[in-house]
Ligand binder design. Structure first.
Ligand code: ZN
Ligand code: ZN
Length: 144
């Protein structure tokens, strides 16, 4: 399992390989880091039930798609399509196929609605659904 969170102070990414114990998760960049509740829970299948960082029990899933990679693919496609004008349609089709292949080849990740921790490499409970703006809003406005 891999948990990906970030430092609220400097935005530096922080990686954990097990649910954290209560207490601070130190940030390597600024030395501050974030406080973990340490109440993470997994069910019998090993799917995350309760966020180990904030204690929240609501999650959503999304494709583990690297947006930077996606952007580069689009740039590459446009450059190729412009350079090889004759093959314009063929290039578009090739990239559409590649895109689809990438999309289905990727696993899902689970994100905590409250603290945006990313849980990767563990089973996902069927109760976890795609992003829901209503739940998201509930957490966003609760904080203010
Ligand atoms: Zn930091
Ligand atoms: Zn959380």
């Amino acid at each position: 399992m891999e948990i990906n969170t970030f430092c609220p102070d400097c935005g530096n990414g922080m990686f954990l390989y097990e649910t954290p114990k209560p207490g601070p998760i130190p940030c390597k960049r600024c030395g501050k880091g974030r406080e973990a509740e340490g109440k993470g829970e997994v069910d019998a299948q090993g799917a995350i039930q309760k966020c180990g960082i904030c204690g929240c029990a609501e999650f959503f899933r999304q494709k583990d798609f690297n947006t930077k990679l996606g952007l580069w693919l689009i740039v590459l496609m446009v450059v190729l399509a412009l350079a090889f004008n004759k093959w314009f349609i063929q290039i578009l089709i090739a990239f559409a196929v590649l895109d689809t292949a990438l999309y289905f080849g990727l696993g899902d990740i689970v994100l905590c609605y409250n603290c945006r921790a990313i849980y990767r490499g563990l089973p996902i409970s069927p109760k976890v659904e795609g992003f829901d703006l209503k739940i998201h809003d509930r957490y966003t406005f609760k904080k203010k």
